[in-house]
Design a protein around this ligand. Structure first.
Ligand code: NDP
Ligand code: GDP
Length: 337
């Protein structure tokens, strides 16, 4: 029997790498769309290099998407590529709209041209709930995005719903709450904290800068969340699902747990930096994943405390090994993000 094939956009990102591992374990042929860059940026998928097949393409370029679909003939497309960092969406709002919003339409149109039977997953976000209208948030909660990123994701969500309703595409939008891992981008708060805790513990720094410590998120483990993406595309009918743990913690809780893991008190090591505050904040997110639990049989397997411990341990290992120029560059980015 021929293997099932899947194309992942954003395979070089956090979720792309975990999803590729999951699909390979399920015996898929895994293709990843990668954009051209002057330096190779395959750090998160180096361990998979002999197993995944990379195809060139960019969400900005429609013909590259058509050609990638023709070359790879996938049954499933997971659209994970995006400009995914909220603060950058204020400094580069048009670019964010091009990648994160219109990029979805470009991919959906390419699917219509090449093979409308392809099943499509769109990486939607809890940032669409923004200034929350109710707590917890589920599939029926009204949206109120608070950043150009949230607005762009909302477009991506609705164009996915619209493709399903207009053209009967098997198109699903997964409304995923924050999910983290040792592979999380270094500028996101969980990773900034785990990385800086490691530097402080190893004597390379004394303090870290932090923004709004009152912000609350529903944080889960990325490895659990990619399982939900796959499950959505295995159902009889395409639908949208909230994926979340249902448990909320503040940035202050995150600091407390991360510093405590290495025997330190966070109050001795943080400095509030107003430059890290946002023009409009999403103060509180908590998801209700009852539908995903009921219909997909999905459950998270990693607790907040386990997640933080996993990230701190991984960064202790990384920081103790990286005294290379790239390691130092990473430190600069992490301490200034
Ligand atoms: P990352 O930022 O780690 O990865 C983003 C990926 O998108 C990278 O592989 C990047 O490639 C790629 N990419 C960006 N622009 C383009 C483009 N124009 N053409 C092709 N590829 C491009 O994100 P995550 O893995 O954390 O998240 C995956 C998706 O899920 C994103 O869409 C994100 O917005 C969404 N999401 C994430 C959540 C989370 O908590 N992690 C929560 C909810 C939604 P390159 O390596 O070249 O930069
Ligand atoms: P987001 O939910 O996708 O924006 O994920 P982030 O990890 O970037 O931010 C989560 C929350 O942490 C937001 O409310 C931020 O304002 C807050 N936060 C506080 N300090 C920091 C920081 O130093 N960096 C980042 N990225 N976020 C911070």
């Amino acid at each position: 029997m021929t293997k099932r094939a899947a194309l992942i956009t954003g395979i070089t990102g956090q979720d792309g790498s975990y999803l590729a591992e999951l699909l390979l374990a399920k015996d898929y042929r895994v293709f990843g769309l990668v954009r051209r860059s002057s330096t190779i940026n395959f750090e998160r998928i180096t361990h998979l290099q002999d197993q995944v097949e990379l195809v060139p393409g960019d969400l900005l370029d429609p013909s590259s998407l058509i050609s990638a679909l023709q070359k790879t003939a996938p049954q499933e497309v997971y659209n994970l590529a995006a400009q995914s960092f909220v603060p950058t969406s204020w400094s580069q709002p048009v670019l964010t709209g091009e990648f994160t919003a219109l990029g979805v339409t470009r991919m959906l149109e390419a699917i219509r041209v090449v093979n409308p039977a392809i099943r499509f997953y769109q990486a939607s976000s809890s940032e669409m709930f923004g200034m929350v209208e109710e707590t917890p948030q589920d599939e029926k909660t009204r949206f109120y995005p608070r950043s150009p990123y949230g607005v762009a994701k909302l477009y991506g969500h609705w164009i996915t719903v619209n493709a399903r309703e207009s053209y009967r595409l098997f198109a699903c939008s997964g409304i995923l709450f924050n999910h983290e891992s040792p592979r999380r981008g270094i500028e996101f708060v969980t990773r900034r904290v785990s990385y800086n805790v490691a530097r402080i513990k190893l004597g390379l720094a004394k303090k870290m800068k932090i923004g709004n410590t009152a912000a609350e998120r529903d944080w889960g483990f990325a490895g659990d969340y990619v399982r939900a993406m796959w499950l959505m595309l295995q159902q009889d009918t395409p639908q949208d699902y909230v994926v979340a743990t249902g448990i909320t913690h503040s940035v202050q809780d995150l600091l407390k747990v991360a510093f405590r893991h290495v025997g330190l008190d966070y109050r001795d090591h943080i400095e509030i930096d107003s430059a890290l505050l946002r023009p409009a904040e999403v103060s509180h997110l908590r998801g209700n994943a009852t539908k995903a639990r009921r219909e997909l049989g999905w459950e998270p397997s990693v607790s907040f405390e386990q997640l933080v411990a996993m990230m701190v341990e991984s960064d202790l290992d990384l920081v103790s090994k990286t005294q290379t120029p790239a390691g130092r560059l990473r430190e600069v980015i992490a301490s200034e993000a």
